[in-house]
Design a protein around this ligand. Structure first.
Ligand code: PMP
Length: 317
């Protein structure tokens, strides 16, 4: 269904009116930051659950701080605006919300300070971002942006040119996705995903200081792996060749969800099939995000539509 409304400049407006000037600072210089948030449709509950909404907006505000953007909204207000937008769009399918905080001035001049900070939010239907049945990856010749040049910790609009270089190179070389290394040559992340390896029974992921975006899916997986499967994730430096000798590898992110990797640089990962822990995590993840696991639904899933009374509650009244 076509998107009806977006939120921009403090109000809900028809989607087709959501335009910015060609002179916009963030358009020319990439001076903005954003989030990608998924909402999952649960047919049984007739509900959209927005996954880890609070954590996404907390990260957005951290990105804003790094970019010297100050928004006139609290995390709670940003959450309310998001729920309201999906309701106004009357969406009843899987959606992707894209909040953007950016420098909106129509000026020439590269800087961060003394500019006008603006906020917009869109919500649109979205399916899978990458294949989730087995990716073939290539290690990119493009290195991940360094914290001292363009901090990956913040989800900066302009930084996605680095990701685009890597993704296109990978795809044009016949791979599905890129794995990027840091300038030091250790494993960082995918073009828009974090990475996990299972090696000799040890679950590992690059440390926060490896120029990664600190993914919310990454955090979700660390918690699920620990609580449900007894695996503690070790956040550490990972050598490139560990990619070739790992038993299981998967990429993860809001868009990618949990995407098993079955081949890296033409070498099969493990036996070249989706690994056991990866598939168990993937199955659980999809139940969790769709609000099918009560404990996690209460913690992580924000319902968009007003809850209908449960039959048992009705019967009791
Ligand atoms: N790294 C990068 C570069 C990304 O763009 C994303 C997607 N937001 C991720 C990791 C995964 O982050 P999250 O799980 O919070 O979506």
């Amino acid at each position: 269904m076509a998107v009806k409304e977006i939120f921009m400049d403090g109000k809900f407006i028809p989607a087709e009116q959501g335009v910015i000037s060609v002179r916009t600072h963030a358009f020319a210089y990439g001076t903005g930051c954003f989030e990608g948030i998924r909402g999952y449709w649960n047919a049984e509950d007739q509900q959209i659950y927005l996954f880890r909404l609070r954590e996404h907006f907390e990260r957005l505000l951290r990105s804003c701080k790094i970019l010297q953007i100050s928004l006139p909204y609290t995390v709670d207000e940003l959450i309310d605006i998001s729920i309201e937008l999906v309701r106004r769009n009357d969406q009843h399918e899987d959606v992707y919300l894209r909040p953007v905080a950016y420098k909106g001035d129509l000026i020439i001049g590269v800087r961060l300070h003394g500019l006008t900070d603006q906020y917009l939010l869109t919500s649109e239907p979205m399916g899978n971002y990458v294949e989730i049945t087995g990716l073939k990856c290539g290690v990119s010749s493009w290195r991940r942006i360094d914290d001292n040049a363009m901090p990956a910790r913040a989800k900066i609009c302009g930084a996605y040119v680095n990701s685009a270089f890597a993704k296109s190179e990978a795809m044009q070389n016949g791979f599905d996705e890129a794995i990027m290394l840091t300038n030091e040559g250790t494993v960082s992340e995918g073009s828009a995903e974090n990475i996990f390896l299972l090696s000799n029974g040890e679950l590992v992921t690059p440390a926060p200081t490896e120029n990664i975006l600190l993914g919310i899916t990454r955090d979700t997986i660390m918690k699920l792996a620990q609580r449900e499967f007894g695996y503690t994730t070790h956040e550490r430096i990972i050598d490139r060749t560990e990619l070739y000798t790992a038993d299981e590898v998967f990429l993860c992110g809001t868009g990618a969800q949990i995407a098993p990797v079955i081949e890296i640089d033409r070498r099969p990962v493990g036996d070249g099939k989706v690994g056991l822990l990866t598939s168990k995590l993937q199955e659980l993840y999809f139940d969790v995000v769709r609000g099918k696991v009560a404990d996690y639904r209460d913690q992580w899933c924000t319902p968009v539509y007003t809850q209908v009374p449960q039959p048992s509650a009705e019967a009791a009244s």
